[in-house]
Design a protein around this ligand. Structure first.
Ligand code: GLN
Length: 486
């Protein structure tokens, strides 16, 4: 049962092959068995999950069910959940219990979802390896010595190890797609504004976007259906109709024009990953897609631009953690200023502090024009590159990451090499576009992903292409050895 996709679980619930309580119990058992090895969950909500499952079973009995009724899910611990701890992977919020639900959590509640737990993550979503969590690193279920990617690594590792069939994450510069690739699962970052950010702890507000993580594109479509939509509580959410994502999954891709950015295939790309991307291209060609080389000339500037803009926004967003209103408070401060200083010194980790320092620096009056303003200008050039490309092609395809997962500790002493993990993903956030990563092969027994990028609000199109690919391949069905022991 625990190896089923969300679509299969949904069908089984409707046909009464099993109940929500049975599935929920099966996942809770599995989490209990493997979480100590993988460290994917910060909080497991066993009791409330079973209560929710019992209620869902009642609704299923009386025919009041929606597609996700009774389905257990896990949320990255960045989504506020009323009455359940929301730590954001930080000591700062270790004692924080939100008084309200994030819009996404509320939507899932209304849809009858069972919340099984909150997943581990890099502190405040800053990282590419999940090693920046106050709760310790997450291990990759494919090899316990390597990282799962980050910052949504708890969610992707949990789905990969089949501790849950679906989870949600957030993606500011790659945090859904990169760990999805490194764990061998499917993850979608929607268009900026497609999914409400209300109640999602802010890192870099102009880049953050929540999205689904599951085994398949079909499952991501199912999850996105519930997550997407306009929200009056989020001024950046966009009021545009939500298509029927699942309904649009069986569209032919004959004649679909797919662009291959030459900048995504240059130096630094692992040759085996490149080979898998070429194989994916061949599969899609067989289905009728046509490929064309394109150029995104400012790709090389996306990491430097991101590492000005994201820290700038984070330094502003994280100024709210002052030891006064909520979160960690230092003991016995000498005065108010000391309270601020000590609380922040004691409760933020090194990477968060590094970003606050960089952000404060680039926003300071003497450097604002040289760094922040300049970065905003280049950000516009990066978006323009994509818009030019979308005049020639319908979607864009490339690798998700330059390398497979690396050993725990391998990059912790060298932040710049860590930042380069997101070389193919950050520009998508800077432009606000939707991007998806799907499993596409293995390098030394570690999974890797292929990325599909669509134009604004074209989630349905990239989900469909991924679904067509998954109908003719089985990379997404592979399970880590750990998963086979139950
Ligand atoms: N790895 C990137 C960073 O550390 C992206 C993180 C994210 O998408 N949340 O900022």
């Amino acid at each position: 049962m625990v190896t089923k996709t969300l679509a299969e679980l949904s069908l089984g619930l409707k046909q009464k092959t099993f109940s929500s309580v049975e599935i929920t119990k099966a996942y809770l058992e599995r989490i209990q068995k493997f979480n100590s090895k993988l460290n994917t969950f910060i909080t497991v909500c066993a009791e409330t999950a079973l209560e929710e499952a019992r209620l869902a079973d009642k609704h299923l009995q009386t025919g009041q069910a929606e597609p996700l009724t009774g389905i257990p899910l896990a949320y990255k611990d960045i989504f506020c959940t009323q009455g359940i701890k929301t730590s954001c992977g930080s000591k700062m919020l270790d004692n924080f219990i939100a008084p309200y639900d994030a819009t996404v959590a509320e939507k899932f509640k209304t849809a009858g979802v069972v919340l099984v737990g909150k997943t581990n993550m890099d502190e405040f979503a800053m990282g590419s390896s999940n090693e920046n969590s106050y709760y310790g690193p997450v291990k990759n279920p494919w090899d316990l010595n390597v990282v799962p990617g980050g910052s949504s690594g708890g969610s992707t590792a949990a789905v990969a190890a089949r501790l849950i069939a679906g989870a949600i994450g957030t993606d500011t510069g790659g945090s859904i797609r990169q760990p999805a690739a490194l764990c061998g699962v499917t993850g979608l970052k929607p268009t900026y504004g497609r999914v409400s950010r209300y109640g999602m702890v802010a890192f870099a507000s102009s880049l953050d976007q929540g999205g689904p993580i599951a085994q398949t594109a079909e499952d991501c479509a199912l999850l996105l259906q519930s997550m997407a939509g306009f929200d009056t509580k989020d001024s950046t959410s966009v009021n545009t109709p939500v298509p029927n994502y699942s309904g649009l999954l069986n569209t032919s891709i004959k004649g679909l024009k797919i662009g291959l950015p030459k900048e995504f295939f240059g130096e630094g790309l692992n040759p085996t990953i490149e080979g898998h991307v070429q194989n994916a291209i061949k599969e899609l060609e067989k289905l009728g897609a046509v490929f064309k080389e394109i150029t995104l000339p400012n790709t090389g500037l996306s990491i430097p631009v991101y590492y000005v803009i994201a820290p700038a926004e984070c330094s502003s967003n994280l100024s709210r953690y002052d030891g006064v209103r909520f979160g960690y408070r230092a003991k016995d401060p000498k005065n108010l200023e000391d309270l601020y200083k000590q609380s922040r010194t004691e409760a933020f980790g090194d990477e968060v502090k590094r970003r606050i320092l960089i952000g404060t620096y680039v926003l300071s009056s003497g450097y604002y024009d040289a760094y922040y303003l300049q970065a905003q200008k280049v950000r516009k050039l990066i978006s323009n590159d994509y818009q030019k490309a979308f005049k020639e092609v319908d979607i864009i395809l490339g690798p998700t990451t330059p390398t497979p997962a690396f050993n725990l500790g391998a990059k912790t002493a060298d932040p710049v090499s860590m930042y380069l993990c997101d070389i193919y993903t950050v520009s998508v956030n800077l432009a606000g576009l939707p991007g998806l990563s799907m499993p596409a092969g293995f390098v030394n027994n570690l999974p890797i992903g292929v990325q599909l990028i669509g134009n604004y609000f074209e989630e349905a199109r990239i989900l469909n292409v991924a679904h067509q690919f998954q109908k003719v391949t089985d990379w997404h069905k592979k399970m880590p050895p750990l998963g086979n022991t139950l």
